[in-house]
Structures are given as structure tokens and as C-alpha cells.
Design a protein around this ligand. Structure first.
Ligand code: ATP
Ligand code: MG
Length: 423
């Protein structure tokens, strides 16, 4: 193993000051698994005040939990955390105390593969739970008694599933049994922690299907995302949806989320998104991508494409077309890939002609309707929507005189007040 020089320099400074310090956690696991390391995290006997004294540029990230950010000589922010042990846990939060020994610190980590420390000055691995052997044998195993470890922090259920999928590990039987027993407790976790786990899976895993299938097998899907658990399996819907998600690139988790929600009805998708507590803008965008109707076939009329662009939103064309392409390639939609590519091209061509697609693009406004002697009210919306439909059919109709004449026809055609029979 080798760490960036800035990391080695930080360890040396801490050790020279008399504080035992190790590289630990995800980065050690990643390098042992033959991958590039994410964040290089240090764990040390130094207390936060010592760390802040020893380094010139520090950021108080979570000092009360022992974490100080240190900006290395490579200008990267590294987390330096004091050895800790758990004092009290309730499944959702932990109360921690500082510890003096690396042994204590590793003992509170969740899985053997995450509980390996490496000392860059001595090039020494400290791996008391056999994490390296587990990684090599393809096993995910809890540190210590599995049911106790899941009871301490229910999020570990989801972390186990995520790591097993990402590193292609089998979950060791006792860990698996305890994990399934703990799954119902997932509902007690905060929306933020659940969401971040899902977004990590969708954003980082090249093939999220295996984690999502494991969510289902473990019962986590039914607890957290019952709308998805109801999507039938076996059958094309669920497995086709997973195959679609796999075909979309990682790094855009919300795009994959939209694909995952496509089989749901709009109210189910909305309920799930609201529970995740994404921002309003993200919720709205994801829901609209999920609910978008299929692109018209390549030989449909220009008017069909304009209606689709109007209904879905021009800005959403690329995102929705990519989802549809992934669905077609996954064999989910039964659509011909070549036809879909042609129809995407046609949609772009129609869009590039910049036709009027929204009420705001009409060459006539609500004020113009008032100018015609019509009374403002709910009918205005109906008339404008109807004019838009007429213009989508043929953009040459988007001229004020034509629209005014049409508006008067529509207004006359409406039933007299109070005379409208409810269907
Ligand atoms: P990634 O960053 O890809 O999610 P990671 O293993 O680095 O993976 P982090 O959440 O960054 O995960 O945590 C760093 C380390 O802290 C983990 O490797 C593990 O040792 C420990 N850890 C994190 N969360 C928990 C937890 N809920 N229970 C026990 N140990 C944990
Ligand atoms: Mg990490």
C-alpha cells in the first residue's frame, strides 16, 4: 500500500509529537480490494485540540465527535479523528468517548473489511478481525456479534447491502440472519441517512441491481420503499427496471432514481420522493422524468413530437430519452433501439425549430382575452390550453388575429353560467 505524500507527512507530524496515528476505514479497504481509494482518513490518539495545534490549516468538521479537517500540503482536506469508543447507542445515534487505543477504535467499526488500519511509516497492517482475508474470500462479516452490531446502528443494514453489492461479497450467514431481523427497524432512521445510502448506491455502484435485489431479499425494500416492493417479480417489470438502472451511468443518481420509479403510478412515486426529503426542485424534476410518456415512434407526425415536448418539457428531452434508451436496451420497453434513436433525433429536430410549446409562447395573452370582452376566470385557463393545443397541431396558427378569432369561438361554445351539467 502507499498513501499520498501529504498523508504520510501528516502521520509523521502526529507521530513525532508522540501521538499514535493510523490510516483507516474505506481507503484501506478500497486499496486492498484493488481499487482507487476514496477519502484518506486518519485515526489518532491525539485529541482534537492537539490536532488543531499541530497543523496550520484546520477546519472544525465535528470536533465534538473527534473529527478535525486538516488541509494537507496538496491542498486536499483530510479527516483526522481521535480514537473513539461507543458509550451508548440506540440504533440511531451513538454517544462516543475518546479512547487511547486503536483496538477500541477498530472494535466500534461495522464490518471486518472496514476495520483494517494501516500504518504508512511502518507499512504495517493492523487487522484484528481478519478483514483482509474476508475481502479476499469475498465475505462481508460484522465485527463482533452481528445482532448487537445491527441493534447499535440500524443503518448498518443498508451499509452491509451496499458494500456487499459494490465489492461483490457474500454476506456471512450469521450476519445475514441478524441483518434480516434488523430490517424492520430501518423505519426508525432519519430520512437523510436513508436517502444518502440510496444515493450512494445509485451514484457509485456500476451495477446497482445487485444491491437493490438484496434490499428486496433482506426486506429493506418493503420497509423503506413499499411502492417498489409492490412492483411484480418475477416478471419483466422489476427485473427490467433494475436492468435499466444498471445501464444508466453512475454519477447521476437522480437520473437512475427516476428510472427506478418509472413503474410506479405518479402518486406512489411522489410519496416515495417526499419521504426521501430531496429538495423540492429535485423531487419535481425526478417525478416528471419518472412519469414522462414514451417518445412518439420515429414515423409519428411533427405535431405528435410537439405535443410530447410540450407535455414533458423541452429541457427534459435528453434526460428522458436516455432513460428510454436504457429501457429499450434492457429489453424492458420492448421498443426497437434503432427506432428510438431515430425518434430522439426527430424530437431534437422539431425542438430546434423552436415552435411554440407553452401557453407563455402563444401570440396572445390573458390581457388580449379581456380586450376581446371576455371575463377573466377559470375559463381563461381552459381557453388558453385549448389554443395551445390548436397551435401545437400547426405552429403557423400562432398569430394574434387567428388566436383571437379562435378564442371567441371557444368562448361562445361554452355553456351559459349555471347551465353546465356535470357529467
Ligand atoms: P464510503 O465512503 O464509500 O461510504 P466508507 O467505508 O469510507 O465507505 P464512511 O461512511 O466514509 O464509509 O465511514 C468511514 C469508516 O467509518 C468506515 O469504513 C467504517 O470503518 C466506519 N463507519 C462508518 N459508518 C459506520 C457505522 N454506521 N457503524 C460503524 N462503523 C462505521
Ligand atoms: Mg468514506
Amino acid at each position: 500500500m502507499s498513501a499520498p505524500p501529504a498523508v504520510v507527512g501528516m502521520v509523521r507530524r502526529l507521530e513525532d509529537a508522540g501521538f499514535e496515528t493510523w490510516v483507516v476505514g474505506g481507503c484501506v479497504r478500497d486499496v486492498l480490494a484493488g481499487r482507487s481509494a476514496g477519502d484518506w482518513d486518519l485515526t489518532t490518539r491525539a485529541r482534537p485540540k492537539d490536532v488543531r495545534r499541530l497543523f496550520r490549516r484546520t477546519v472544525p468538521i465535528g470536533v465534538e465527535h473527534g473529527t478535525v479537517g486538516v488541509i494537507g500540503e496538496d491542498s486536499v482536506l483530510y479527516e483526522v479523528t481521535t480514537f473513539r469508543r461507543d458509550v451508548a447507542t440506540d440504533g440511531r445515534h451513538a454517544v462516543v468517548a475518546f479512547a487511547d487505543r486503536i483496538e477500541d477504535d477498530l472494535a466500534r467499526r461495522d464490518f471486518t473489511i472496514n476495520a483494517i488500519a494501516w500504518h504508512p511509516l511502518r507499512d504495517e497492517l493492523y487487522d484484528p478481525y481478519g478483514g483482509r482475508a474476508d475481502l479476499e474470500a469475498g465475505i462481508l462479516r460484522a465485527v463482533g456479534a452481528p445482532s448487537r452490531r445491527f441493534a447499535e446502528d440500524h443503518l448498518r443494514v443498508l451499509r452491509a447491502l451496499r458494500f456487499a453489492g459494490l465489492f461483490d461479497l457474500r454476506i456471512e450467514p450469521a450476519t445475514w440472519t441478524a441483518l434480516k431481523q434488523a430490517a424492520p427497524k430501518l423505519r426508525t432512521l432519519s430520512a437523510e441517512r436513508i436517502r444518502e445510502e440510496l444515493l450512494k448506491v445509485l451514484g457509485a455502484d456500476p451495477r446497482p441491481s445487485s444491491v437493490l435485489s438484496a434490499y428486496r431479499d433482506a426486506g429493506a425494500l418493503g420497509v423503506l420503499y413499499p411502492e417498489l416492493a409492490d412492483v411484480p417479480e418475477p416478471g419483466r417489470e422489476w427485473s427490467g427496471t433494475l436492468a435499466t438502472v444498471d445501464r444508466l451511468p453512475r454519477g447521476r443518481p437522480l437520473q437512475r432514481l427516476a428510472a427506478l420509479l418509472r413503474p410506479l403510478d405518479p402518486s406512489g412515486a411522489a410519496a416515495l420522493l417526499v419521504r426521501l426529503r430531496l429538495s423540492n426542485a429535485q423531487t419535481d424534476e425526478t417525478a416528471r422524468r419518472a412519469a414522462a410518456p414514451p417518445l412518439p415512434p420515429a414515423d409519428a407526425s411533427d405535431a405528435d413530437f410537439r405535443r410530447w415536448l410540450s407535455a414533458v418539457g423541452v429541457a427534459r428531452l435528453t434526460a428522458v430519452a436516455r432513460i428510454e434508451l436504457a429501457e429499450a436496451r434492457a429489453g424492458k420497453s420492448g421498443r426497437d433501439v434503432g427506432d428510438l434513436v431515430d425518434s430522439w433525433r426527430r424530437a431534437r429536430r422539431v425542438r430546434n425549430a423552436r415552435p411554440p410549446l407553452e401557453v407563455a409562447d402563444l401570440a396572445l395573452t390573458g390581457d388580449d382575452l379581456i380586450g376581446l370582452g371576455l371575463r377573466p376566470g377559470p375559463d381563461f385557463g381552459r381557453i388558453l390550453a385549448s389554443l395551445l393545443g390548436w397551435v401545437l397541431e400547426d405552429p403557423n396558427r400562432n398569430r394574434r388575429e387567428l388566436l383571437e378569432a379562435r378564442a371567441l369561438e371557444l368562448a361562445v361554445g361554452e355553456p351559459p353560467e349555471g347551465g353546465a351539467a356535470e357529467p
